[in-house]
Design a protein around this ligand. Structure first.
Ligand SMILES: Cc1cc2nc3c(=O)[nH]c(=O)nc-3n(C[C@H](O)[C@H](O)[C@H](O)COP(=O)(O)OP(=O)(O)OC[C@H]3O[C@@H](n4cnc5c(N)ncnc54)[C@H](O)[C@@H]3O)c2cc1C
Length: 411
């Protein structure tokens, strides 16, 4: 029997790699090492259905615990990997033991970026990444009246939506002049500003928190760069994440905005792969190297790496997609819109059902759909097959996008 495939990280990507190895017929031992004391679970509900009480903690697990025994996956939950000894192919754990590997998969994910201001250490200043974070915030919300959310990105806005749905008074503070500025077109930022304002969420744009003031060690109010104060029992910070690449870096592997891998998700060491939120990879849809933070990317890279380990390597070329739920609005995104030079809309934003098509040099690169799941599903097919679509066709609602001619072989 060979030494195991060892997977560091028991998040979505690590879980998928293990499950897909077994599904691919891999028969040798598989070991998962995870710092969190839980079986693999989904993060998306944490800011949404779990936070509002519509989904309980038992329903967020990716599989029941028996799955790991049944599939001979040795799950070391609550164990942190502290060193990779590449010369001897083993991983040292914080508990002192070593785990030998044949192949190592790094699925270490990302951690929250913290707020570097006075008062950030006060009780009531919260971050959301893990189920334990979510339980803590949810408990605090029960007694809270005023919630200040720092950061108008996906996580911040989902938290704002959940807290407001629970009847809290909510303020969102965003440094940029518009919401979700890194990810969506200005038209969508404005749409979301109206959605939140319409639910009485106060949106403060172009401002930063400069200090959190407290009483008896607990956060009480946030002072903003415009000099104003906002009362806060809970300050929920959602200002992005940092990739966990230190293990790889300390083992001499190349890192930049993540652990650097090739199109097969392999690092510079042929026995070590990296996948999910921690991996910076070449992506045809980005026309360059990117690090993506999405369930789709974690799942598809988990599948790819399992196939590679099983001797069926293929280039990672999955179409990127993502979603976010805020109030009654679902945004589904497909493709990567960075670098777009033209956008057109399909449908009427007033109806709260429309899509934004992004083009670069005349070529479709992404679609963001608001409450239009059919556009999203068609978009996945269009982008995967490279079907040519002009901006005029995209905005013409009389044209059935399902009936476009297939891409010519030269595309
Ligand atoms: C609140 C929230 C809502 C989200 N909503 C959406 C959504 O709606 N749609 C979407 O597509 N995506 C969403 N995401 C993003 C998505 O959940 C992530 O992209 C995905 O979970 C990444 O999976 P991963 O396995 O790469 O990393 P992670 O989930 O971060 O898992 C990595 C794991 O590795 C562990 N680890 C790290 N270092 C070590 C070590 N040295 N030793 C042992 N273990 C270690 C970590 O503790 C962690 O458990 C959301 C994320 C959050 C936090």
């Amino acid at each position: 029997m060979r030494a195991p495939v060892v997977i560091i990280g028991t998040g979505q990507a690590g879980f998928q790699a293990a499950a897909s190895l077994r599904a691919e017929g891999y028969d040798d031992p598989v070991v998962m090492i995870g710092e969190e004391p839980h079986h693999p679970y989904q993060r998306p509900p944490l800011s949404k259905a779990f936070m509002t009480g519509k989904q309980d903690a038992q329903n967020i697990f990716l599989r029941p615990s028996a799955f790991y025994q049944d599939h001979r996956i040795d799950l070391l939950a609550g164990e942190k990997a502290v060193e990779i000894d590449r010369a001897n192919r083993r991983v040292r754990l914080a508990s002192g033991s070593n785990v030998a590997y044949q192949t190592l998969v790094l699925a270490t994910g990302a951690r929250v970026r913290t707020l570097p201001i006075r008062g950030a250490e006060l009780d009531g200043v919260c971050y959301l990444r893990t189920v334990d974070d979510a339980i803590d915030i949810k408990t605090r919300l029960e007694d809270a009246r005023n919630v200040v959310v720092i950061g108008g990105g996906f996580i911040g806005l989902e938290l704002a939506s959940s807290a407001r749905s629970l009847g809290k008074s909510v303020t969102v503070v965003e440094l940029q002049p518009r919401l979700m500025a890194r990810m969506v077109a200005p038209l969508l930022s404005e749409f979301y500003r109206k959605v939140h304002s319409g639910q009485a969420v106060e949106i403060v744009l172009g401002a930063a928190p400069v200090e959190i003031r407290g009483q008896d060690g607990r956060a009480r109010e946030v002072r903003l760069s415009d000099g104003t104060l906002r009362p806060a029992d809970v300050v929920a910070v959602g200002i992005g994440v940092l990739p966990n690449f230190e293990l790889a870096r300390d083992a001499g592997l190349a890192v930049s905005n993540g652990i650097a891998v090739d199109a097969y998700l392999r690092t510079g060491d042929e026995n070590i792969y990296a996948i999910g939120d921690c991996a910076e990879h070449p992506n045809v849809f980005a026309a360059g190297r990117v690090r993506l933070e999405s369930v789709q990317n974690a799942v598809d890279q988990g599948r790819s790496v399992a196939a590679a380990i099983e001797g069926r390597p293929h280039r990672y070329e999955s179409v990127p997609w993502f979603w976010t739920d805020q109030f009654d609005v679902r945004l589904q995104m497909v493709g990567l819109s960075m670098g777009h030079d033209r956008i057109v809309t399909r449908g009427d934003p007033q109806s709260r059902k429309f899509s934004v098509f992004y083009f670069r040099k005349g070529r479709l690169i992404a679609i963001d759909s608001i409450n239009r799941p059919a556009d999203h599903m068609i978009g996945r097919k269009l982008l995967a097959s490279g079907v040519a679509l002009t901006p005029d066709q995209a905005s013409d609602e009389s044209l059935d996008l399902k009936r476009l001619p297939p891409a010519s072989p030269s595309m």
